[in-house]
Write a new protein. Structure first.
Length: 423
């Protein structure tokens, strides 16, 4: 169903401009709906605000009854699609529907709302083109020692994608992603060392870094640069197929940088030592290829060798695009020198409201984090090892990595220095 058809079905007058100004939806209470699913705002589970009656109307349109809805401002792109600040078309969870007459585009798992469909840049429904190679068994029994297993890393992979694969451990092989903690601040064992550092940039409103949401505003911005290396330590490949502008669930085509992004790849957070979030950022991955090695990686299992990223053009026909992914015991590093490999510390001007001050902080990196949702997009054998954290000190125009105890309380109430020492 096209977007025009969706609008007609709703009978809503959609005004496109700085934001989507839409009439209010029927009121719904907080909590589980008739199907037992939670109402969601901004594609997240949204509890009732603290101290508020859980039966209060959720979509009254404004005021206290709507404070938990997770509003996201959207603007219309040239195709008329509502995109958020990161350029993402607003989507719902599988099995849910978006109430398009709601100003914040809430999603519900309840009959009666127009079904939510993945929308492409052309305004059509999701029509992803990737498919695995032909099945030599034509869906029949697998040879001895093999099992029929998922072919891609997509959690929403169609059942017909499964192929017979060697299963020496008696189960389907699967990827397992980790963040290489030792490289966050310093990867000096690489040919070109990249280190954690603070840098001040001048960015225009038209700069790609601003358009893609890598900073919160244009101007003179302080950014904390660091390395991000995600590795597949599982026994199966992490396969995401060919970049596909028709696959709105897993790929984004960003013209600002002239390439695709893998959705839901990673995110970063800078927190106080006590755990309060100061600033967050997203890793907008361009592509995934085997450019770093983990331990004694078997070269015969390396499937996604470079140069897949450097030689790629989004103008190529779909069938000529390379497949991206990570082979077992191989990984992909984004060094601190590349654009957007940072968290935005705010304006250069001292005293600005959103400027991150001097101090010791926790820098947390995560992989396979979902696309604006708490649910990952990709299949793994283990989701408990997807985060890594170091402590850093910001002081004026400099930043450095710290001892793991930096900032912790000392006897008497003082705080440990960056080196972990008490006064």
């Amino acid at each position: 169903m096209s977007r025009d058809a969706l609008r007609a079905a709703l009978g809503a007058a959609v005004t496109l401009g700085a934001s989507l100004a839409l009439p209010a939806c029927p009121q719904r209470p907080y909590g589980a709906d008739d199907a037992g699913a939670m109402n969601r705002g901004d594609a997240r589970d949204v509890p009732a605000p603290q101290g508020m009656d859980a039966t209060a109307p959720r979509d009254a349109g404004a005021g206290l009854a709507d404070v938990g809805c997770g509003h996201t401002a959207v603007t219309a792109d040239p195709a008329g699609l509502p995109r958020d600040a990161l350029g993402r078309v607003r989507q719902c969870w599988p099995g849910e529907a978006r109430c398009e007459c709601d100003t914040d585009g809430d999603c519900y798992a309840r009959p009666g709302y127009v079904p939510c469909e993945y929308l492409t840049d052309a305004g059509a429904t999701d029509a992803r083109r990737y498919a695995p190679p032909p099945d030599p068994t034509d869906g029949g029994a697998c040879p001895p020692g093999q099992l029929r297993c998922p072919y891609t890393a997509f959690l929403d992979e169609p059942p017909e994608f499964a192929r017979c694969q060697p299963a020496p451990l008696g189960r389907c092989p699967a990827p397992d992603l980790i963040v290489r903690r030792a490289w966050i601040a310093d990867d000096t064992d690489q040919p070109t060392p990249n280190r954690l550092r603070l840098e001040t940039l001048t960015l225009l409103s038209s700069s790609a870094e601003v358009v893609e949401g890598c900073v919160r505003a244009p101007g003179r911005r302080r950014v904390l640069r660091f390395n991000f290396a995600a590795l597949n330590v599982g026994d199966g490949p992490f396969r995401v197929g060919r970049p596909d502008e028709n696959d709105r669930a897993h790929w984004e085509n960003f013209t600002a940088h002239g390439h695709f992004h893998v959705r839901g790849w990673g995110d970063y957070a800078l927190r106080t030592v006590d755990g309060s979030t100061v600033v967050t950022a997203r890793k907008q991955s361009f592509c995934l290829e085997d450019n770093v090695r983990e331990g004694e990686a078997d070269p015969s299992l390396r499937v996604f060798q470079p140069p897949r990223c450097a030689n790629f053009s989004f103008e190529w026909p779909f069938d000529e695009r390379p497949e991206f992914g990570l082979s077992p015991m191989w990984g992909d590093e984004y060094p601190s020198s590349v654009p957007c490999q940072w968290v935005d510390l705010g304006p250069e001007a001292p005293g600005a409201a959103d400027r991150v001050g001097d101090g010791i902080y926790r820098l947390t990196l995560a992989v396979n984090v979902g696309d604006g949702t708490p649910r990952p997009l990709y299949r793994e054998s283990n989701y408990d090892n997807n985060r890594a954290e170091i402590r850093v000190e910001i002081s004026g125009d400099t930043a450095r990595a710290c001892d793991d105890a930096a900032g912790d309380a000392c006897p008497g109430g003082a705080r440990r220095s960056c080196l972990g020492a008490c006064p």
